[in-house]
Design a protein around this ligand. Sequence first.
Ligand SMILES: [Zn+2]
Length: 325
Amino acid sequence: MLYPLKLKPVYKPKPWGGRTLKTRFHKKIPDGKIGESWELCCRNDGMSVVAAGKLQGKTLKELIGAYREKLVGTRVYEKYGSDFPLFFKILDAAGRLSVQVHPDDACARRSGLPHGKDEMWYVIGTKGNASLIYGLKGGTSKEQLNRAIDHHRILPLLNEVAVKPGDFFSIPAGTVHAILGGILIAEIQQNCNTTYRLYDWDRTDQNGKKRELHIPQALEAIRFGGETPQAPFPAAAKTKGGAVVRPGPKVKEFRVDEVRLDGSIENRSDPESFQVVMDLDGDGKIQYGPACDGLDAGDTVLIPSCLGKYSVSGGAKLLYTHIEQ
Ligand SMILES: [Zn+2]
């Protein structure tokens, strides 16, 4: 019998990372600058493992193989088979991430990759006056950007926007973007990690080496010719049972809602697709049948398609991800 699966994170050191995953979420991160907590991943370079219960220690790949549509849902299994379609991270951007872009499906396939990447950001917390890069300024052409790169003057062409906790951003493939310093962010995306770096702030490692840039690929992947993108996404709040829900933008086929619990919210698993609950500030509980599991801040739980009725209660703030047709 499947149950809500709490997953063990996979941690990744990054030159821009920090220690907030430990101070805020009490995650047992290794020493050093930890930038990424891969909360739900089913990939060759990182694999989620069940953290508790009778399936403890099983990998997500093994479970999809064993339970198929009972775990991921009929529609998801039919479309993706044993691949999991989404990839969940929490990023501690203590410093600035590179200015980057991800390819869309067509561009990715031209480079021999199975698909590209649209992503979604939810700002969990900020330090000071935080901001990020969200697209190019309106009307920027490929030639202009190319010239600016040659002359080390890319920054005036980038659209910088201020951010605050609770902001949602949709980042379609082809959008130039960078998370700047002092932001804790949940990043939910298509299961692809192909990133073309356009600019890395001339940063060097302890050996004086810069990270690789991918300028020709980035110029090929960027969607030029639009207006300055508007952000953040205007998520309007509505009350649902014992919760205030703010639905985020629809990104490809998935949507992420912010759910502020004040009491309990009744839910039902979807026979066509899995759901994912991330607890952002602790004190939540998931009740299903006669069983009840506590949630800690920073926990990510995969709700199997076959679970049926369940409720989430407590005073927690959640991110709830589901696939929409
Ligand atoms: Zn990105």
